[in-house]
Design a protein around this ligand. Structure first.
Ligand code: ITT
Length: 202
């Protein structure tokens, strides 16, 4: 078991990290457990850039391997918006009910076949001062006409796949198809290969 700091202030991401990574032999430690509070300005305009900024900041604050996630919802009919600005879409302090209503309003009149969208998750791990590992995952769907479901978080109720919103899936069902599930499983493989090749070198 290797442990890493979850470089996030989002409790839902923390929960998903723990749920997905524990069976893969990676234990996540919350910043709160370590008593650290790190504010990171997300100045990048790409998911990977912001994930790196967060992982680096937590690594510098704790000296421990740090694992960050930058994610968002990219809507094709909006040229990929809100994308990296998903958390700030329609104002930083608006509720997700308001953000989803604004999104549905922006897509008024757009037919189902052009409502395609995806969640993207970019994972970045600063393992030590010389090693940065990255992975990405996507989850394809369509923007519905109204939010549905109470599981998950954020934009889950508005992204539909096969007639069900992401918020209507159980935790296990979400993790099996989600952007975060895919990115974290790819990351776990990369980490294992990295640690194995180090052992061979020593
Ligand atoms: P940290 O930066 O502290 O990790 P954050 O919530 O600010 O937390 P981001 O900047 O990466 O995270 O913003 C992610 C946005 O994408 C935010 O609006 C989320 O609600 C949304 N999002 C990400 N993953 C999601 C998921 O699995 N389901 C629904 N919405 C998701």
């Amino acid at each position: 078991m290797i442990s890493m700091v979850a470089a996030t202030g989002n409790p839902h991401k923390l929960e998903e990290f723990a749920r997905i990574l524990a069976p893969l032999g990676i234990q996540v430690i919350s910043p709160r457990e370590l008593g650290v509070k790190v504010e990171v300005e997300e100045t990048g305009n790409m998911f990977a850039e912001n994930a790196y900024l967060k992982a680096k900041a937590f690594f510098e604050a704790t000296g421990k391997p740090s694992l960050a996630d930058d994610s968002g919802l990219c809507v094709d009919a909006l040229g990929g918006r809100p994308g990296v600005y998903s958390a700030r879409y329609h104002g930083e302090n608006t509720s997700y009910a308001e953000k989803m209503a604004a999104l549905v309003a922006e897509l008024e009149g757009v037919p189902e076949e052009r409502r395609t969208a995806r969640f993207t998750c970019s994972i970045c791990c600063v393992l030590d001062k010389d090693t940065v590992l990255r992975a990405e995952g996507h989850c394809e769907g369509v923007i519905g006409y109204q939010p549905r479901g109470t599981n998950g978080f954020g934009y889950d109720p508005i992204l539909y796949r096969e007639g069900r919103s992401m918020a209507e899936l159980s935790d296990e069902e979400k993790d099996a198809v989600s952007h975060r599930g895919k990115a974290l499983r790819a990351f776990a493989q990369l980490l294992e290969a990295t640690l194995q090749s180090r052992q061979l070198q020593n």
